[in-house]
Design a protein around this ligand. Structure first.
Ligand SMILES: O=C(O)CCC(=O)C(=O)O
Length: 260
């Protein structure tokens, strides 16, 4: 898919799928990383490997700065790029939780709301394993505030808020089925969610939220990763230093020696 096509589909539809965006070795490492995190944090569910666990991890810096992803992101937000959020939403076979319908922008302290989400598939993601689904056209709706959403039980759902079912018409929702190495890209307005994993396979996705460095993250002490290009001096975002690889703390990966 050419850069122009990615840009056009994204701007027309609020989402786009790019097949084989990353190579199979990197997709495999993503999968290994989820299992490695599972051993490191046995008490944390794999849908909840959040930004704070990932922001100082050399493998995440490596992925976030990979040209395979940044060349796509640059088509949409331009050449000066920062990562504002990383989160693995990995669903175990038979057990992975659903994600209620929501718009990402409802949660985010970005000024302006200039951000693109890249959902990187470490395994296949199918209807049965609880792939992401989007409601087309909703990218043109206004953002709901958290106070306009309902609280849901995090024992059952990945996120604690969801849009009230009365406000959802999912009759033409689109299932975003992916193979390992594919990515889907969505904007912060589009309504999306996912079902539980009822298959016998893992479903692993790494969500990466990229902003142009001109967008301000209005949250105290929040760390971003400067991924490509330059920071904007007047925008007071915090950028994490590239981590130093430590055998005791980090998973080895292809290229980890650059972080020694
Ligand atoms: O991974 C999922 O099931 C949902 C993903 C999602 O909500 C997101 O990437 O914003």
């Amino acid at each position: 898919m050419t850069g122009d096509n990615i840009k056009k589909e994204y701007s027309d539809n609020g989402f786009v799928i790019v097949r084989n965006a990353i190579d199979s070795d990197l997709a495999n490492e993503l999968k290994n990383h989820v299992h490695w995190l599972g051993r490191k944090y046995p008490d944390i569910r794999p849908e909840a490997f959040h930004h704070d666990l990932l922001i100082h991890d050399p493998f995440i810096h490596h992925v976030v700065k990979s040209n395979q992803l940044l060349n796509i992101v640059e088509e949409i937000i331009g050449p000066n790029i920062a990562l504002f959020g990383a989160h693995y939403i990995a669903k175990k076979p038979y057990d992975g939780k659903p994600v209620g319908w929501h718009q990402d922008g409802s949660y985010w302290p970005l000024e302006p709301m200039d951000v693109v989400s890249i959902w990187v598939a470490g395994t296949s993601s199918t209807i049965k394993s609880g792939c992401m689904k989007v409601i087309p056209g909703t990218q043109n709706k206004r953002l709901l505030k958290p106070s306009e959403m309902i609280q849901v039980d995090t024992e059952e759902y990945v996120l604690d808020l969801a849009i009230h079912p009365d406000q959802i018409d999912d009759s033409d929702a689109i299932d975003i089925e992916l193979e390992a190495g594919d990515v889907s890209i969505h904007n912060p307005f589009i309504i999306h969610g996912s079902n539980a994993n009822i298959s016998d396979q893992w479903r692993m996705g790494l969500t990466l939220r990229y902003i142009p460095t001109s967008a301000y993250v209005n949250r105290d002490a929040w760390e971003c990763i400067l991924s490509r290009g330059n920071a904007v001096k007047e925008i007071q975002n915090n950028y994490a230093h590239p981590p130093v690889f430590d055998d005791e703390l980090h998973m080895p990966f292809n290229g980890y020696e650059h972080y020694r």
